[in-house]
Design a binder for this molecule. Structure first.
Ligand SMILES: [Ca+2]
Ligand SMILES: [Ca+2]
Ligand SMILES: [Ca+2]
Ligand SMILES: [Ca+2]
Ligand SMILES: [Zn+2]
Length: 370
């Protein structure tokens, strides 16, 4: 739904006045909204048209680099000539048009963070998931494993406002050689661990979206549940700094490769690295409010990465898409890697992910089931 241009213009004026962004706030330019503007420019200042968007300049005064705004490619959502492109009274810097929990100002700041893998920067019109990565000594994930997680999220069947699909995962390497410890299984010990290892970056002015990072720790194991490969920990007291994901590398490496089937139909073993990928994709799915794939929605879909395999065949279905050609169900033989089903992707909530921002799944302990 689009507002009528006249409505748009009025709201733009109202916001500019309320926010004290009237005459003179944009260097040398007259305030927008005068009769010469007509009614069809969405609050755009015509004087800015001539020179085009310039990197390092913010001539509409919304806190966003004008060239960065223009590069987003959707002036109706992000216009370098207007401080409130959609005219709804909320300035462009504070908008979150892709609903990933990152405001445009945070998306812009996130592009400056030292991400572990090269790839497209966070984008204001595509969903981004930011991950803080800690690892105990010798448990740091390979670049290939992280790329596998990125690929699973990039393939998630969700639509973005710029017409693209998928969720872009970005890994920030934080403490990658922590002394190895084995957890006793108490909540207190693991929660204290998460809390003791927040992101180490300075955040002058609070521009960096550090409270949007999902906290992931590649750890050794927990002693009380010796076969647990990964888990999400939340906090009943609402303290999100005690919320995060553990991947138990020692458990996975002791169990995999596994599930090879040498007789027809032959199934190659699931490697430890593939299991690390599947585990992290699954646990991050919980952080996006996803529960397990259960029969609530009409039968367990073992190709969905949110399924919990109870046999080697089901593990092959989840990890390698054994027997499946339909990408909307999740993993396929062609992709040969874990994937989200369409039903799972539809339930992802990036605006309320388990990060420093939130510590609870929406439906008690289970999240949304599919
Ligand atoms: Ca700007
Ligand atoms: Ca707006
Ligand atoms: Ca956003
Ligand atoms: Ca984004
Ligand atoms: Zn799970």
């Amino acid at each position: 739904m689009r507002l009528l241009p006249s409505t748009l213009l009025c709201l733009t004026c109202a916001w500019a006045l309320a926010a004290g962004c009237g005459p003179g706030s944009i260097e040398g330019d007259p305030p927008d909204g005068g009769p010469a503007d007509g009614l069809d420019d969405g609050g755009v200042d015509p004087d800015l048209d001539d020179s085009g968007p310039q990197p390092g300049q913010d001539r509409d005064g919304d806190g966003l680099d004008d060239a960065w705004e223009a590069a987003a490619g959707e002036p109706g959502l992000l216009d370098w000539r207007a401080a409130d492109s959609d005219g709804d009274g909320l300035g462009d810097g504070d908008e979150d048009p892709d609903q990933d929990g990152l405001t445009n100002l945070e998306e812009q700041a996130a592009a400056e963070l030292p991400w572990l893998l090269a790839g497209p920067a966070p984008h204001p019109l595509r969903r981004d998931l930011l991950v803080e990565l800690d690892a105990m000594q010798g448990r740091e994930p390979s670049s290939a494993a992280l790329a596998g997680v990125e690929a699973a999220y990039a393939a998630a069947p969700v639509d973005n406002p710029d017409g693209s699909q998928g969720v872009a995962v970005h890994f920030l390497g934080d403490e990658l050689a922590l002394p190895a410890v084995e957890f006793d299984g108490s909540f207190a010990e693991r929660q204290a661990y998460l809390r003791a290892h927040p992101p180490g970056l300075a955040n002058p002015g609070g521009a960096l979206p550090l409270d949007e990072l999902v906290h992931v720790v590649f750890a050794a194991r927990r002693l009380d549940i010796p076969d647990r490969g990964g888990e999400v920990l939340t906090s009943d007291d609402g303290d999100a700094e005690k919320t995060g994901v553990f991947v138990y590398v020692d458990v996975i490496e002791a169990t995999f490769p596994a599930c090879e089937r040498p007789v027809p139909p032959e199934l190659p073993a699931i490697t430890a690295e593939e299991m690390v990928v599947g585990t992290l994709v699954h646990e991050l799915g919980h952080c996006l409010q996803l529960g397990h794939d259960t029969d609530i929605g009409g039968g367990v879909n073992a190709f969905n990465v949110m399924a919990v395999p109870s046999s080697c065949l089901e593990a092959q279905m989840r990890a390698h898409g054994a027997g499946n050609a339909d990408p909307l169900l999740g993993a396929t033989e062609a992709a040969f890697a874990p994937r989200f089903s369409l039903d799972a992707a539809a339930l992802m909530v990036l605006e309320r992910k388990l990060s420093v921002e939130a510590s609870a799944l929406e439906d008690d302990d289970d999240g949304y089931e599919m």
